[in-house]
Design a protein around this ligand. Sequence first.
Ligand SMILES: N=c1c2ncn([C@@H]3O[C@H](COP(=O)(O)OP(=O)(O)OP(=O)(O)O)[C@@H](O)[C@H]3O)c2ncn1[C@@H]1O[C@H](COP(=O)(O)O)[C@@H](O)[C@H]1O
Length: 104
Amino acid sequence: MDTLSRLEQTVAARRSADPSSSYVAQLNHRGLPVMARKLGEEAVETITAALAGSREELVGEAADVLFHLIVLLGAKEIPLAEVLAELDRREGISGLDEKASRAE
Ligand SMILES: N=c1c2ncn([C@@H]3O[C@H](COP(=O)(O)OP(=O)(O)OP(=O)(O)O)[C@@H](O)[C@H]3O)c2ncn1[C@@H]1O[C@H](COP(=O)(O)O)[C@@H](O)[C@H]1O
């Protein structure tokens, strides 16, 4: 099993743990707006790292984005496989064609 799928399983298992002993449980306890805000914060920190940080900082922030995205998708009951299937669907489509089809 790949890293993201393993993380998805861990996140699902920790969701209903005691919030005092699990960051994932704490995020779920705090609710969707907090999870969404955390994802946004980590995205902004990723941008900052890309523009002005070190390679190591960018790797760390990118990992935070993936973690918080998986937490948010889990809370919305969207399997990671569904997102990956969407990426698979786009394989072989020119990015510009995809943009045009979404604009229609
Ligand atoms: N990958 C991660 C991971 N990445 C980042 N983080 C936590 O995410 C938080 C983000 O850092 P911040 O500086 O934004 O934290 P903060 O400002 O103190 O937190 P907030 O109060 O704003 O939420 C830190 O507490 C990190 O420890 C993670 N916490 C958990 N995981 C994975 O989730 C699994 C389950 O974790 P628990 O639920 O804690 O058991 C772990 O085994 C890991 O695999």
